[in-house]
Structure formats: structure tokens, C-alpha cells
Design a protein around this ligand. Structure first.
Ligand code: SF4
Length: 968
């Protein structure tokens, strides 16, 4: 198989030898030019002056009198004209989307040499269609008729009316915009193309009389290109070579052949290229379905290894005849990381969207931070979620890990919903990022400084790695993977730096703009920028996008994303010009796009020996899981020329039956449990006992291993904080009456003292919510509302307490620490805190407050320990434990337990705990039975033979923090 460009090189070197430098080759892309140069050098076998290589765009630019204008600059210019002509007050932000679309439409119109006046004509009246159309073709007239018939009358359709209003000004806008560009000596690509084509049409040949051009491997020519090529052909200055060798490309039924006949007839070749040295062999085509996007990259590893093993890649260090083609650039990084070690050099000739880089995500977080600045006590403050997103960003962690971590801890410790400027740690990067921006003009410098700092930090990381971690083997194999990743990051940062500079320069004349608009523009600009990778020129495995394959041939092709909608790409209708008009005026439509894509595909595989096509089989989200139509065409239309096989890589995605998680009490775990034995430092509590009953494994996680849920900044008052504030309020209120008698009047007096209640509410919020006890502050917004709910709960509790008056308040938060004998040789530490203790007559009331609702009645003691049933009355077990220990410390006391459920306290509520509907006036009569079960449970906990197993009652797992660990 001789590559197309090799045959060109052979033909022209044979023909012109040393004189070849007098010619200029015009190719579809730069890569093709490099390959052609390489082949010429190989054939010559000695140094010679190389001919010039240009892309078709470069040729037009070289013949034009204009300089290519910057896109952002053009958008600003177009916007200013639009506002002047339309009188619209539309913001730049809103204009951006369709301003961009208009630029593309103007570009298309000029490349297709369309009469813009006729295209953008304003048809107020159907009869005006008959005027002034004489110079248009029948097709164009029909298109205009069809389009405007559909659009009139406009009454009743707001969308059509709006369209017509904009359409009305398009020609004026187009003209004014072009005039300004012309005056500045600048142009968009289409404008350059039109200028050069018109010069060619007017036979202004003097500017390009000096050279001979050889056009190689082009296909979809625009009318402007056709005009120039014709003109150069007529002057005898041009020769043309088309790559239409592949049989499917020559099939008139195949869309790939869309332009062939016309091009060959219009632009014939002077020489006949040598036929390939071998007849076309059957190309091996393997279609591989993979149920994941990144999984395709993993398959690349296997395919390359197979090619190396089989000798299809004879020298893995120099795999230049093998290409990986990526129709979806998102797969570039996964693919790069999947290339086997044996492949020495990799040459990436495609862009990787700047917007996919990690510096892009950092800038997005910075934008959010700056767009949501707040002021707290006269100081700039940042919303905690934006701050945390930045602190967790890999680039910030890389440069300021210690300070970022301590700031995160500080935010949590003080529950900072907004983080004041003064609390940002003193670190150069954090100081740079957390500098408030007031005007868009400041953003450029601000970002530049951040980028410079990050770049330097990455350089230091590299130096450190080079001096320490790199093994001999890694050095031998070239750059280690981590270093490649650092290089990539640095490249992205440099590109972002340049992009910011460009944006700042272009916008220097722009008027008012918000910080938000500026960041929006940057994002948009970044989306349009691809970082091109430049490896060793022409050596190693080639990784490229579809367009980069034009004119180049490979023996082994691995094409990823062979999904319908990706390759060929789905039609994107980014045009203001309706399809009928596009068609009528000969502007590119999706039919053209289909033909162009088909040509790229069939030409690319035309000389390959092996083609591996990978596709994503998934059907979720935007994925259709559908194989590209090209494969089906190969299979059903061109089968005799290919040896086709198909397979789907199956991953076992069925979730394995997860084995139950059980923790055996090893010697180590028993040692940890010993910590709870009398005389040691750890204590059991009523809530840990409830944990054990609900799930022994959960007890193990919390009590033995000390695991807990991750703490979060609480933006709203969560249930636990709500409960703590309520407890505190009741404690403050009753502490004034310690060991005194509480009468109905006392309770009524407290409940009606609003000023006092407000004051203690602020104190309790400062302690438990703002975590700043020294500085109580007035409650605002949602805190005020929650404060009012608490106020009403307090009043209702005081109301409920009326039924026990007169009573003596003994204390709140009564704490006990006790050694509890379980059996011989086993005494355990226990501690607890009883919310409140009163004396009513001869009875001691043990009171517990609960924020929710729950039972106050139970049937049997055993129900308190039975986790198999839902709604186990764990609240009652808790007050029984309190009763047990209170009695241990105060034997002979008559104890009555009570639980105040705040959700129930509004109704006619009696908080007394009842056994089978009878209020318990003396808990001691239940203690024998309770203690027996309690001891048995404690024996289990400390029994080395009883493992910590998962609960059988999966309802208990519903809100458990360890669900993920347990696969529940
Ligand atoms: S998820 Fe279920 S089984 Fe696992 S610890 Fe929590 S409650 Fe126990």
C-alpha cells in the first residue's frame, strides 16, 4: 500500500527533482504538509530545498489584503452596530449566543459568494417577491418564495414577528460591520475568501503571478475556493490531485462521492499518479462495543498490545503507521493514559478543549466566588460553599494544602456560612484568590497573578519529583506519568493565561460590563480554544481528531466513539438562516456536512490494513448506544472488500450479592472494648446501648472505632442543634428556681416575659448555632423564624408543667458516672446526663426532652430491647437507664420517668411514662426485670464469642451513616 501523499511526493520529485522548491503545495491541514515533506525527504535520500506547504486557509490569507480579526473583538464590534441599528437595549451577555451565530452566517455567506442583499432581503409584502429577482436562479427564487410564504402573515406568532424584526436589520448590520472591519484592515475568514475570490473573478492576477500551486487532497470546496482554483488553473499556475481511490468513495450512491465528479471534471490532474504497489487487500474491520466511554480507552491498550505481539506494529518505539482517531476529544486524556509502556513516542495532533482542563474548573469556582461577594460587619465575606469548592480543588490543594485544610476546619468549627476576609489564612495563593473584585477591568491582573503562582507551584512539584521519586526504570522509559500530567497542567495554565490576556486586550474599549459577563465571555472563549499538543514531529504513534486525518494514510486505525451522533456528528443548527434559504442560496446544509463526513471516513479507511472501531453501547443520558451508520454501510453495502467481525465487551455489571458484614471480636477489638471496663477511660451511655440494640455493627463503628458522620457547616438549624438550643433554654429558665418551689404563677410569669425569652434565645443560638457564645446577636431571617418556633415550644412546655405544680426544681443536666457490675469480673463504666429532675411530693420526676414525637406507653419490658419490630420505644429505654443509675446513686427513692415530645406538647399532653396505660409512679418495681435484660445485653457486648453483626431489621439502616460501608 502506498500512501496517497507518498505517491504525490514520488511523482513530483521524479518530475522536478531539485527544482521542487519552486512549487507550493496546498493541503487540507498542516499535518498533511509535514507528512508530504517527510516522504519527499525519504524519496530524495539527501538534503534538498523543500517546497512550501500551505493549508488552503493560509493560501487565502497570503493573497488577501486583510489581517485576520480576533473573534472577541468582532463580537464587541458587531454588538455595538447591532445596538445602534436596532435601538435595542439587549445586554452583551444575551447578544453573545446569537452574535456568534451571526458571525458564522456572515462567514458562510461570504465563502459561498452569496449576494447578501438578496439573502437578507426584507419581504414586507408578498408581491415584492416579484420585483428585482431577475438575476437570481430559479432555485433561489423558489427558496425565497417557500420561506416567506411560510412566514407570512406574521400576525399571531410572536416568534415569527421577532425573527422578522431581526431579519429586517441583518443586511444593514452585515454591511456596517464589514465596513468597520475593512477600515481597520481586518476581516473574518469568509471576508478574506470573498476578497480573494473577487480579485480572481476580476482577473487581478498580478499579486499571485509568481508561483505554481499544487492542490492536494482537498474535497469540499466552497464557491470562493472554486473561483480561485479556476482562476489559477486558467492561468496555468495550478495542478490538482484528488484522493478518490477508495472504491466506496467512488460509489455514486455513497454520500462520500458527493463532490467527486464535479471536482475531477473542473480540476483535472496534469500527471497520473503511480498505482499502489499492491492491489487492495481485504481490510480487516473489527467492531467492538464497550458499555462505557472510558472503557473504550482501556480497549485501546489491548488492541495496541495485540498489534505489537502480532508484528503489525513492528517497532513499537516508532509506531508511525498506526493512528488512534478520536471523534470525541473528551476521550483524549483517558486514551493517553491507556497507551502501553512499550509505545515509545506518542504524537498528538489534535486540540484538547481548554474548557475541559482543571484550570478551567478552578476559574469557574473563582467566578462563582467573585459573583457572590457579601459584606458582613463592613468586611468582604465569601459564601462557604464557594470557599470550600476552591479549597478542595486539586490545584489549590497542590499549592496550599495545609492552609486549605486548616481553613476548612475553621469553617466547620465556627459554622461559618459566610467566611470573612480576615479569616483567610496567610498564604500567597489564598490571599490572591480571596481578593474581592469590584470591576471587570481588575479581573485580568487578578487571574494572571493566580495563574503565575500556580505555574510556579507546579514547577516546584516537578523539581521535587525529579530529585526524589523517579525510579531508574521510569527515567529509562522517558517521562513518568505524573510528570506528563504536570506538564499538561502547566500547558493549560499557559493557554488560560494567554486567553485572559486576549480577552482583556479585546475588551479594553468596551463600556460597562458586569464581572459576571466578563467571566461568561472568558468561559465562552475557553470553549473555543483547543490546546494543541506538539510532540516529536512525525514520529511515534499518532493520536488525532477526524479532521487531522485528511490526506494521511495509516496501516492500523483505531477509531473511538463510532456512535451515531458522534461520528458522523449530529447536525447542529447553529444558524440564523433558515434551511430553505440556505439550500436555495447554496450555503452549506446538513446534506453537505453528511457528504463531507462520509468522505473523511471512507478515505481514511481506504488504505488501512486493520481498522478497529470502538463504540459505547450504553443507552442512558444522551448516549443512544447506536453504532455509526458507517459500520452498517461497510457490513451491508461494501462487505466483499472487508473482513468484518463484531463483538461486545461484556462487563459483569450484575451487583454481586454482598456478603454480610460481621466483625469478629479479635484480641485487638477486645482490647478496645476493655477501655469501657471500670477504671478505664471510656464510658457506655444510654444512646450507645440503643445503638447496640438497633445494630451491633453500628455500635462497633461508633463506640469501638469512634467513627462518626462527617461534620458539615449547618446553614439551617438542624434537629440536633434545635434540640440543644431547646434544652439550654429550659435549663436557663429553671436554673433560677433551683431547689425552689415552682408555682403556676411562676410559670405564667416566665411565659409572658417576651423580652427575657428573646434574650435567652439569642444566648442559646450564640452558643449552639453561631458557636460564638460571647457574642449573642439578634436573630434574623430563618433564624428568627426558628427562634419563634422554639419560643412557642418553651411556652407550651411551661404550660404542660402546670399540671405538676407545685413542684420543686432540683436541677438540669444531672450527670452521673458509675461503674456498673454486670457479672463477676465484668464491671463497666457508664455515664449519662438527665435533662431535668423535679420533686413532686415524695416522687422524683426524671425528665427527658425529645424534639420529635414518640410513645409514652409500653406493654412489656422486653419490647424495649427488641430491635426486630419497628418503632421500638428506645426513648423509654433511655429513661429507664437513667432511672436505674439514679436509683444506684439514690437508693430507696421513688422515681417517676417522663418524656416531653416537643411535637406533641401542644396537645393535651401528659409526659409521664405509662406501663400498659398506667403512669409509672415508682420505676423500682420494674427494675429487676429491666436489669436482667440490661445485664444480658452487656454480657453480649463483652462476649468474645458474639461478633458484631449487622441488624436483621433493614429499616434501621435507612438513616444510618454507614450504609455505604454495609452495602445496605
Ligand atoms: S447500615 Fe444497617 S447494618 Fe450497617 S451499621 Fe448501619 S444499621 Fe447496621
Amino acid at each position: 500500500m502506498l500512501p496517497f501523499l507518498y505517491k504525490i511526493a514520488q511523482q513530483f520529485y521524479t518530475q522536478y527533482g531539485n527544482e521542487l522548491y519552486r512549487y507550493t503545495f496546498v493541503l487540507p491541514n498542516r499535518r498533511a504538509g509535514l507528512f508530504l515533506q517527510k516522504y519527499i525527504a525519504e524519496i530524495a535520500g539527501r538534503p534538498l530545498f523543500s517546497p512550501a506547504m500551505l493549508t488552503i486557509q493560509e493560501l487565502f490569507a497570503s493573497l488577501s489584503s486583510y489581517q485576520l480579526a480576533d473573534r472577541i473583538e468582532m463580537l464587541v464590534m458587531l454588538y455595538n452596530h447591532y445596538r445602534k441599528i436596532s435601538g435595542s437595549g439587549e445586554s452583551f451577555d444575551d447578544f453573545l449566543f446569537w452574535g456568534d451565530m451571526l458571525l458564522n452566517d456572515f462567514d458562510d455567506a461570504d465563502k459561498c459568494l452569496v449576494d447578501a442583499k438578496q439573502l437578507f432581503r426584507n419581504v414586507h409584502d408578498f408581491r415584492s417577491l416579484d420585483d428585482d429577482l431577475t438575476h437570481l436562479t430559479e432555485d433561489q427564487i423558489a427558496a425565497i418564495r417557500r420561506f416567506w410564504t411560510h412566514f407570512m402573515p406574521v400576525e399571531g406568532s410572536e416568534a415569527k414577528q421577532k425573527f422578522q424584526e431581526t431579519w429586517k436589520i441583518l443586511y444593514e448590520l452585515y454591511t456596517a460591520f464589514r465596513n468597520e472591519l475593512h477600515e481597520k484592515g481586518r476581516a473574518y475568514e469568509g471576508m478574506m475568501f470573498r476578497e480573494v475570490a473577487e480579485k480572481a473573478r476580476d482577473k487581478e492576477e498580478r499579486t499571485w503571478r509568481t508561483r505554481s500551486y499544487i492542490f492536494v487532497g482537498l474535497n469540499a470546496l466552497t464557491p470562493a475556493e472554486v473561483m480561485l482554483l479556476k482562476h489559477l488553473g486558467n492561468l496555468g499556475m495550478a495542478d490538482f490531485y484528488w484522493d478518490y481511490d477508495s472504491p466506496p468513495v467512488r460509489d455514486p450512491q455513497n454520500k462520500a462521492s458527493f463532490r467527486m465528479a464535479e471536482n475531477l471534471a473542473r480540476f483535472p490532474s496534469k500527471f497520473t499518479l503511480q498505482a499502489g504497489d499492491v492491489q487492495y487487500e481485504k481490510t480487516v474491520v473489527e467492531l467492538i462495543g464497550v458499555p462505557s466511554a472510558v472503557g473504550q480507552a482501556k480497549q485501546v491498550t489491548r488492541i495496541l498490545s495485540r498489534l505489537i505481539e502480532s508484528g503489525a506494529i513492528p517497532d513499537p518505539g516508532e509506531a508511525i503507521h498506526t493512528a488512534i482517531v478520536l471523534p470525541d476529544e473528551n476521550l483524549l486524556l483517558p486514551v493517553l493514559y491507556s497507551i502501553p509502556q512499550e509505545i515509545g513516542k506518542i504524537n498528538v495532533t489534535m486540540g484538547y478543549g481548554l474548557s475541559h482542563s482543571s484550570v478551567a474548573s478552578l476559574v469557574e469556582h473563582i467566578a462563582l466566588l467573585q459573583q457572590n461577594l457579601r459584606t458582613r460587619n463592613g468586611e468582604t465575606a465569601y459564601y462557604h460553599r464557594h470557599v470550600k469548592a476552591l479549597l478542595n480543588h486539586p490545584l489549590v490543594k497542590m499549592a496550599a494544602d495545609g492552609e486549605a485544610e486548616s481553613l476548612k476546619e475553621h469553617i466547620l468549627a465556627f459554622n461559618r456560612i459566610v467566611v470573612p476576609q480576615s479569616e483567610i489564612p496567610d498564604h500567597p495563593l489564598l490571599s490572591l484568590i480571596f481578593t474581592p473584585i469590584a470591576q471587570w477591568q481588575e479581573i485580568g491582573d487578578y487571574l494572571h497573578q493566580i495563574f503565575s503562582h500556580l505555574y510556579q507551584s507546579l514547577t516546584m512539584v516537578k523539581r521535587k519529583d525529579q530529585s526524589s521519586d523517579v525510579t531508574d526504570a521510569e527515567m529509562h522509559d522517558g517521562e513518568p506519568e505524573e510528570m506528563r500530567a504536570v506538564d499538561l497542567e502547566q500547558e493549560f495554565i499557559v493557554q488560560y493565561y494567554k486567553t485572559v490576556t486576549r480577552l482583556q486586550d479585546r475588551l479594553s474599549g468596551a463600556g460597562n460590563m458586569t464581572v459576571e459577563t466578563w467571566f461568561g465571555l472568558l468561559k465562552k472563549l475557553a470553549r473555543s480554544i483547543s490546546v494543541s499538543f506538539s510532540g516529536e514531529p512525525l514520529s511515534g504513534l499518532q493520536v488525532m481528531g477526524v479532521l487531522e486525518t485528511r490526506s494521511i494514510d495509516f496501516e492500523n486505525l483505531i477509531i473511538l466513539s463510532m456512535n451515531e451522533g458522534v461520528f458522523p456528528m449530529k447536525n447542529a443548527s447553529g444558524s440564523f438562516i433558515p434551511h430553505t434559504l440556505r439550500k436555495g442560496f447554496g450555503l452549506p446544509t446538513h446534506e453537505h456536512q453528511d457528504g463531507t463526513y462520509a468522505y473523511h471516513f471512507y478515505r481514511m479507511i481506504g488504505r488501512a490494513k486493520r481498522v478497529y472501531m470502538l463504540y459505547d453501547t450504553r443507552t442512558e443520558d444522551v448516549q443512544s448506544g447506536e453504532v455509526s451508520r458507517y459500520f452498517y454501510q461497510l457490513k451491508y453495502l461494501y462487505n466483499p472488500q472487508f473482513e468484518i467481525s463484531e463483538r461486545v465487551v461484556a462487563y459483569d455489571v450484575a451487583a454481586p450479592e454482598s456478603a454480610p458484614v460481621t466483625v469478629t471480636k479479635t484480641a485487638g477489638i477486645m482490647r478496645k472494648l476493655d477501655g469501657f471496663l471500670a477504671g478505664n477511660e471510656k464510658f457506655l451511655s444510654a444512646s450507645l446501648i440503643n445503638n447496640y440494640i438497633d445494630c451491633p455493627l453500628k455500635f462497633y463503628f461508633t463506640a469501638v472505632e469512634g467513627l462518626s458522620e462527617e461534620t458539615e457547616v449547618q446553614e439551617s438549624v438542624e434537629a440536633d442543634v434545635f434540640g440543644s438550643i431547646f434544652h439550654r433554654l429550659m435549663e436557663i429558665i429553671y436554673n433560677r428556681y433551683k431547689n425552689r418551689t415552682v408555682t403556676p404563677d411562676v410559670l405564667t410569669g416566665i411565659a409572658s416575659d417576651e423580652v427575657y425569652l428573646t434574650e435567652i434565645l439569642e444566648q442559646a443560638f450564640a452558643r449552639y448555632y453561631f458557636r460564638d457564645e460571647e457574642n449573642p446577636r439578634p436573630l434574623e431571617g430563618q433564624h428568627y423564624l426558628i427562634g419563634e418556633i422554639l419560643r412557642s415550644y418553651v411556652k407550651q412546655t411551661l404550660q404542660a408543667d402546670q399540671q405538676f405544680t407545685p413542684f420543686q426544681y432540683i436541677g438540669s443536666e444531672y450527670r452521673f458516672h458509675a461503674a456498673y457490675p454486670v457479672r463477676d469480673g465484668l464491671t463497666v463504666n457508664f455515664k449519662g446526663s438527665i435533662d431535668r429532675i423535679d420533686r413532686v411530693g415524695e416522687t422524683i420526676r426524671i425528665v427527658d426532652y425529645k424534639t420529635g414525637s414518640g410513645p409514652t406507653d409500653f406493654k412489656e419490658i422486653s419490647r424495649l430491647f427488641d430491635a426486630s419490630k419497628s418503632n421500638r420505644p428506645y426513648q423509654i429505654l433511655q429513661v429507664f437507664v437513667y432511672g436505674l443509675f439514679y436509683l444506684m446513686e439514690n437508693p430507696g427513692t421513688r422515681v417517676s420517668p417522663a418524656v416531653y415530645y416537643l411535637r406533641s406538647v401542644f396537645r393535651d399532653f401528659d409526659p409521664s411514662i405509662c406501663h400498659d396505660k398506667h403512669p409509672i409512679g415508682d420505676i423500682s418495681i420494674y427494675m429487676e426485670e429491666f436489669s436482667e435484660m440490661f445485664r444480658s445485653l452487656l454480657k453480649d457486648i463483652f462476649d468474645p464469642e458474639v461478633p458484631f453483626s449487622q441488624t436483621q431489621n433493614q429499616k434501621n439502616c435507612e438513616w444510618c451513616a454507614f450504609k455505604d460501608l454495609c452495602n445496605r
